[in-house]
Design a protein. Structure first.
Lengths: 433, 433
């Protein structure tokens, strides 16, 4: 009972992802039709540079007028793979107004203004799907918002940026410093010429906002996410991590508070035990670890970026949206009913690994320990060793028990004021235990 | 815009899984209502022994007449967690006839007769969901049939039985033999008193049939799945595996043939490299590795069994089915349009690791190598070493390149006939490279 009138897809953007979407739609047209229950066809492709050669796409479909394309009125699904805030936002809302559903890979826009998009979709009875916005090809949005819809998610912790994982994995496996590993990532095409969005954690923070909102059924915006980049992670940090049986990853962590009354979302480098499933995620792979009340511990692993993987996620959404249209129905919309507030970083309960350069004389450890006690932070382990150079300095490594981040950073601030503490060599959170 | 008339769920079976489903439906009723868009209530619970105390369930809901319950006509969703073929099959088809959709965790029934159930669901315009039937809480059915609906899956390889993974992990980590590890699994409740279904691979074979059908959009029945158990895996096999940088797992492997014209499904113990993501799956955890044309390599990991994890999967399906009902729509049904045939095990292309006890004299290796060559099987590596006991015997370990399983088993048969081959100590396939 295949419908013969095809569903029409408009593609906004024809770069690495868009061209793969177009290619697969052509080469796998029969499979897509069988799975949807109706043929699906590419009805138009909006690009900035129409003169660029685009293999396999009928030139008659190419336009530079994206607005006119989404306003055509006969489009069933708009695939937005332009990225950035504008014109993507205006095009998506225009698409809804003109009776199209939207599949987007735009993490920045969804993290900054997801609520507006959801509201526009609902107002016009359209779907908004965005599996490709977080962790590329890895099915994650659908499992979180559908498979786990009968469960209570308490924690989502993931490696959601492939560039930084590639750099950190290199540092770990070769002993390279940050700059050397970044240079290799750039040479191999894993890092962009300006790597700021990746290495400073902006990209991961956008994904954390999206994941936290879905996991906890509340609204979390990019501004709510605490963010630290990984540019200051050193080879020495990896050596310290290894002594603790850990490695270092840039993690996006979304948590429900112990009392259940608030949530937190953050991105920062952290030590995790080598035995943790996330520790063995190599190169540019992504993986997201989910803890749910009934399901327990789940992990989703795969390529987090790239044209083909992202196109796979986009096309899975296209199939779902097309099926919904044939059913004259829509899939799940925004679910923000819990209205849980997002707490600041100071409220996050975590552990610190702190390396101090201290004067090598009696009483220093007692002084340091007193500062921790005054801030209500309990110490788990201390390692102390004199410097090889005999310059009267020693190194002190303290690992704390779990405490509020505010107490931990207050402790560090007080330690810096001690005469006997010459410097704080590094501070890193410890997760996943 | 919450609908006030509740959706009604009938629960068939109230054991480890069913009681968890009932408990979560009660304790998390508000969350479920918010996510569905309407309240959902437990309308009846069919059990065999009504006198057994069931904490938290209103005794008025308990019945021994499952058929009458599914025939009531006001039931929206029937949750079938009885297991086995009958009466589960009759109850499910009766449920469809009386206007209810079905959520099932019944792998045996789905593997044996999924097509009949799908046809009945479609005939009556009802949903058949079964996320819990494979790999417990791990979202797997939905990702395969929805998230990857725009992609082409070439391979699904997984650890889908927690009992056997617990046993093999114990053997690997402690050097224990099979019986010792099984005894520990039994004592800890990971293995049943009669472990046959697990250790002989029947449970995994049912899951392989379900996964292959979904992944390749064709019909694969339990009888189509080649099956070898893991009762003959020895501590010596693990020692051999370690020498190759491998471990041993009981794997369910579903593959599309290189020419794309057929598929295979099989369950057997296999050596996999320690660097493979499946190698680090410990204890009773499950994990499924998926290779798709565009998405690349994905892995899904989590608890494969247990009351709460399975209930999580069941309730995710209940939420989806309830949403579909409010939309007056149904989710994806059977997708078997490719009609790809299932090839026999002999056509599977794989590698063998073979340990032979041979006479310790010149010319044996040449004889053995000739047998491989005669069967068109190319040798990758050979290791030969004399026995410590000096009894005139040596041990020969041969690892082959990839070849059809029929050629490999023909080779082994011929080797057994050589005078100089005293015995074939072990044969194991090598996967994941």
């Amino acid at each position: 009972m295949m419908r013969t009138r095809p569903l029409k897809v408009a593609l906004l953007g024809c770069g690495v992802v868009g061209s793969e979407v177009a290619r697969i739609m052509t080469t796998h047209a029969d499979d897509l039709a069988a799975r949807i229950g109706a043929p699906v066809e590419l009805a138009g492709v909006a690009v900035r540079r129409p003169d660029k050669v685009r293999g396999g796409i009928d030139p008659a479909l190419i336009t530079t007028d994206a607005t006119a394309l989404v306003k055509r009125g006969d489009i069933d699904v708009v695939v937005e793979v332009i990225g950035g805030i504008e014109p993507a936002r205006a095009l998506i809302t225009t698409a809804f107004e003109h009776g199209a559903s939207v599949v987007s890979a735009n993490k920045a826009l969804l993290a900054q203004d997801g609520a507006t998009l959801y509201a526009a979709a609902e107002q016009h009875g359209q779907d908004l799907y965005y599996e490709a916005a977080v962790a590329g090809a890895i099915p994650l949005i659908r499992p979180l918002r559908e498979s786990l819809a009968g469960d209570k998610i308490n924690r989502v912790m993931g490696i959601v940026n492939g560039t930084t994982n590639f750099i950190l994995d290199k540092m770990d496996s070769t002993g390279a410093g940050y700059q050397e590993a970044l240079d290799e990532a750039t040479a191999l095409g894993y890092a962009e010429a300006d790597p700021t969005a990746d290495v400073e954690g902006f990209d991961a923070a956008a994904k954390a906002a999206i994941l936290a909102g879905i996991a906890f059924h509340t609204r979390v915006r990019l501004d709510d996410v605490y963010r630290e980049g990984m540019t200051e992670v050193t080879a020495a940090d990896f050596a310290s991590a290894r002594q603790m049986g850990c490695t270092i990853k840039l993690l996006a962590i979304c948590e429900r508070a112990a009392d259940g009354e608030s949530v937190t979302a953050r991105v920062h480098p952290a030590m995790i035990p080598l035995s943790h499933p996330l520790a063995s995620v190599r190169e540019a792979y992504n993986a997201v670890f989910v803890e749910a009340e009934a399901a327990g511990q789940l992990m989703f692993y795969g390529p987090g970026a790239g044209g083909s993987p992202t196109a796979s996620a986009v096309l899975g959404d296209v199939v779902a949206v097309c099926r919904n249209r044939l059913n004259e129905a829509t899939g799940p919309g925004e679910s923000a009913y819990t209205q849980l507030p997002v707490s600041p970083m100071g409220d996050v309960v975590t552990r610190y690994h702190i390396s101090l350069d201290v004067a090598d004389k009696p009483g220093v450890l007692a002084q340091v320990a007193t500062v921790f006690a005054e801030h209500g932070v309990s110490i788990d382990t201390v390692r102390q060793h004199g410097r090889q150079d005999g310059g009267g300095e020693a190194s002190l490594v303290v690992v704390t028990h779990r405490a509020p981040d505010a107490a931990l950073s207050g402790t560090v601030e007080a330690l810096r004021k001690l005469d006997t503490v010459r410097g704080v060599a590094s501070i890193m959170r410890v997760e996943g235990e």
